[in-house]
Design a protein around this ligand. Sequence first.
Ligand code: SAM
Length: 415
Amino acid sequence: MLPPKWVPPIPSPYVHHTLTLPSALPNTASTNIPALLHLSMVPLLPNPLPDALPMPTDEPYTVRKTEDRGYAMFANRPIPRGALIKLEHPIYILPALPLDEPSSYERLGEGIEDGDYAEMLTMANCRSKEECPSIIEGVARTNALTLGFHFPLGADSDHHLSKPLARQYGGVFLKINRCNHACGPNASYKWSLPTLTARLYALRSIAPNEEITINYTDLLQPRSDRLRNLEKYYKFACDCKWCTFTDPEAQEKSDAARAFLGTYLNTHPSYRKWSMDICLPDTFVIESHLSAIQLIEKEGLDALLPLFLDEILRCYAELGDEDQFRVYAERTRQLVAVADPELATELASYLEDPIGNFPKWGARRMFRENQAKQQRRAVEEEIEDFFMDSLFGPPISSSNKRPSLANSTCVSTQG
Ligand SMILES: C[S@@+](CC[C@H](N)C(=O)[O-])C[C@H]1O[C@@H](n2cnc3c(N)ncnc32)[C@H](O)[C@@H]1O
């Protein structure tokens, strides 16, 4: 009998790394972040690695245990919209794709520093032992925030990277992951690869003792779909105010508003088009966005605001309306300070000197003023023609130019 065919084991495409971030302060330890990465990602990592964050002091939040939703994060003072709430390194990084070898998760766990490991054990883990035998995987599948890595174009030829989810990685964060979910969250986060940090920031003003929440699912889905996904992936029934309307009509309206905003995101009139199309009314984009903003605010979907506020401020700039421009530019600048610092800097320069720094400042207003001048001139010319016709009769031929009204006195006196 032939011996059974020997199949060589497929080697894991992932490699264990320890990202050691040096301390910026003398006599303090460096920070180690264990990571399981595909080889193609190594060139994407910052080189040299950034400094470790210093120990945080006087933070605007407190994490405490609740009766019905495990630990949660609460504001311990007023937090203004757009403000940074927490800046944090992940305690481990791992691929979204499940690993063939469960021992890889354990090895990842071994790299976590002792104090962090103990705190990690208190984090929510909504996966059963059957689903995720490793606690490291269970905690990650309950908590991990998606970390964006931009793979180079050539990476497409890599067989592994062509698999669905192969480009997605997650990071587990001891504090930011204490944020529970709401369907109209008051906070969001932004991952920064160069600093290997996530920044949690306020989407709107947060009052002292208010819970700080983020979003775990697509908020433009109707309530029933949101509830289904949250139950399936995070094992809880959302009881936020957008999921618990007592009036069924209010629930329908909320679902309809979210569906409308989903469509509006892809079809809304845009500042760019408006800026090129002088036939569109001057307030076309502004009025349309202002009605969408009312819905956004009602549904607590503040993460959508900067896109529309930014277009409104640009419209006001082209209309040369400095007061309104300042209102919208300042609001947008605050909102994007953490999420989009480049835009915040651009807006700060416009706010410093709108007329000098905004490239098309007042362009539409000037066009309208010229247009009005030309129209007035045309009307004047028409009146002039009418007046001249009544004095001299219509011109006989095109070459026979009628004297203009400007020298009509002269003509009449000669006559
Ligand atoms: C990322 S963790 C959030 C922090 C968690 N509460 C803890 O104790 O560490 C996600 C888990 O928190 C709980 N959770 C999050 N949002 C919730 C909500 N709105 N209502 C009830 N439980 C929630 C669920 O158990 C979920 O699986």
